[in-house]
Design a protein around this ligand. Structure first.
Ligand code: ZN
Length: 43
């Protein structure tokens, strides 16, 4: 499961070793969803 920092947008691989972004120190991380950016039409 990959996570994305909500501040700098860097990808973080695991949350078990750290509770904040290792790049900017931001604590708000978002679960990366592959389907989220996908636009799906269901006609
Ligand atoms: Zn960050």
């Amino acid at each position: 499961m990959a996570y994305v920092c909500s501040h700098c947008g860097k990808k973080l691989k695991s949350l078990e070793k750290f509770v904040r972004c290792t790049y900017c120190g931001n604590r708000i991380l978002i679960k990366e969803r592959p389907n989220l950016a996908k636009e799906v039409s269901t006609d």
